[in-house]
Design a protein around this ligand. Structure first.
Ligand SMILES: Cc1cc2nc3c(=O)[nH]c(=O)nc-3n(C[C@H](O)[C@H](O)[C@H](O)COP(=O)(O)OP(=O)(O)OC[C@H]3O[C@@H](n4cnc5c(N)ncnc54)[C@H](O)[C@@H]3O)c2cc1C
Length: 464
């Protein structure tokens, strides 16, 4: 085969594409990142919540502490009028929700991707693609509009909700619109809310407020009485009125640095892989912003896919097809769960009628008083509760003789934890060669078992 232009083309330099491209380049894979925007990070805050599992993934790349310093950790959430969730109980080094603008996440990920050697092509748009058994050909236009092609072994569409990759593959994006006329703004407040994160719904309106920590607040509101298309003008008076309806006060909001009206869909591609082309992030799934899951789910898709693709490209995977299919097998059900749970939160917030209002009050009361229920919901929202079937579970940040597990994972390799002086045999299906392992030792000499931890911090089943 002729030498290809690159190993992997990643389309889209949003959070998903940046994390994926940076990981692949760090693993020694040649990556070209195609982004139609001109160079530079957008300063529009879309996502603003980074959850504990995502912070763990960033910790495994040496980026978490810097991100945490840019935002506000929140440990308490007041849902539907009750102090419902205490995040400080989360079993993680990051026992909180970090409020920080999406562009801070992108800034760190872009810096890392540059340092690992990603070939950035800004002002470049994917227009089409074709594939055969050996390669993918991406049709692109560069900044001067000239069409050209890029040939690679794999291509990943991280190109957002209107994904050209998904459309070109002919994949459907079934689902429906879940909420329209949501008003979103970043504002300053005259009065500080008593709870750092407040969500309330009264059936005819709901509102949400969270602090960025630098004097700016994210406010989101919805009013049943004003359901208009996204193109309809929006101003701060409209958001003030919604917030007064839902929270009883507008906290003297002023000086919006941006404000917009949008609608939200719930959709998921039926397949995240077609041959040598894969989908990740919003290109694969989109849902309501309730629960702040969009960016987090995309980043975790990228963390799940990057080591698998790298192992296949390095000929390290005993069964490359099965390993790539496991991306769909593991991440598609997570996407479906996020669609369901974020949809449930938004429907509860919009609930009208005595039955639904009772359900909302019951949900809030259960979360504030029933510990197992709260733990389950926090596990789902924080991402710490995500497991890939009964065997593949998240491994927490264990203290080891050689340091913390998530520090050892920064090598981007599997970590084999074993009792001192032993060399356990790797399972035959382990997609790593012994030469690429990081070896570590339990701090407790009494522990006799071994654990093979994947580069994304999940345990690989041993002994198969
Ligand atoms: C108004 C708004 C508010 C939001 N609020 C929240 C929130 O509060 N919490 C939350 O978790 N999520 C929120 N989201 C969702 C969150 O922003 C997304 O989930 C996240 O950005 C997804 O990241 P991504 O990398 O998958 O896609 P994106 O961030 O959409 O990145 C895709 C990239 O691909 C590029 N691209 C697209 N097509 C092409 C092409 N053909 N060729 C080359 N490049 C291309 C785009 O320019 C873009 O840079 C919000 C979204 C919006 C629009």
């Amino acid at each position: 085969m002729n030498r290809l232009d690159t190993d992997v083309v990643v389309v889209g330099a949003g959070p998903t594409g940046l994390l994926l491209a940076g990981d692949l380049a760090a693993a020694g894979v040649r990556v070209t990142l195609v982004e139609r925007r001109p160079p530079g990070i957008s300063n529009i805050t879309r996502a603003f919540a980074v959850h504990a599992r995502t912070l763990e993934q960033l910790d495994a790349r040496g980026l978490a502490d810097e991100l945490v310093a840019s935002g506000t950790p929140i440990t308490r959430m007041r849902l539907f009028g009750r102090p419902s969730l205490d995040l400080s109980r989360l079993p993680s080094r990051f026992a909180y929700l970090l409020v920080t603008p999406q562009y801070e996440v992108e800034r760190l990920l872009e810096r890392r991707a540059r340092s690992t050697g990603v070939d950035f092509r800004y002002g470049t748009e994917l227009r089409g693609l074709s594939q055969d058994t050996d390669q993918v050909t991406a049709e692109i236009t560069g900044p001067d509009g000239t069409p050209t092609t890029l040939r690679a072994r794999y291509l990943v569409g991280a190109d957002g909700v209107r994904s050209a990759v998904r459309t070109t593959l002919g994949l459907p994006f079934p689902g429906r619109s879940v909420i329209r006329s949501l008003v979103l703004a970043d504002v300053r407040l005259t009065e500080e809310p008593e709870d750092l994160l407040r969500v309330n719904g009264v059936g005819d309106a709901f509102a949400f407020i969270a602090p960025f920590g630098d004097g700016w607040y994210r406010v989101m509101g919805w009013n049943r009485a004003r359901q208009v298309p996204d193109s309809e003008p929006v101003d701060l008076d409209e958001l003030r009125a919604i917030t007064r309806l839902a929270l009883g006060t507008d906290y003297g909001m002023h000086d919006a640095r941006w404000i917009s009206r949008f609608h939200s869909d719930e959709r998921q591609a039926p397949s995240y892989r077609v041959g040598r082309v894969l989908l990740a992030g919003d290109a694969a799934h989109v849902h309501s912003p309730a629960g702040g899951q969009g960016m987090n789910t995309g980043l975790q898709d990228a963390a799940n896919l990057s080591w698998k693709l790298a192992a296949v490209l390095r000929a390290d995977a005993p069964d490359p097809e099965a390993l790539l299919d496991s991306y769909q097998g593991e991440r598609h059900p997570v996407g479906a769960t996020v669609l369901r749970s974020s949809g449930a939160i938004v429907r509860l917030a919009m609930a009208r009628g005595p039955l639904l209002r009772t359900a909302r009050a019951l949900a809030a009361r259960t979360l504030s008083s029933v510990r197992p229920a709260a733990a389950k919901v926090m596990g789902m929202i924080s991402g710490l509760g995500i497991a890939y079937g009964p065997e593949i579970r998240r491994v927490p940040d264990l203290p080891l003789r050689e340091g913390r597990l998530y520090e050892l994972l920064r090598a981007g390799q599997f970590v084999l934890i074993a009792p001192e002086g032993t060399t356990p045999r790797l399972p035959d299906s382990a997609p790593t060669s012994p030469a690429r392992l990081v070896r570590a030792t339990w701090t407790d000499p009494a522990r006799r078992t071994a654990l093979l931890v994947r580069p994304d911090g999940y345990a690989f089943p041993a002994g198969r």
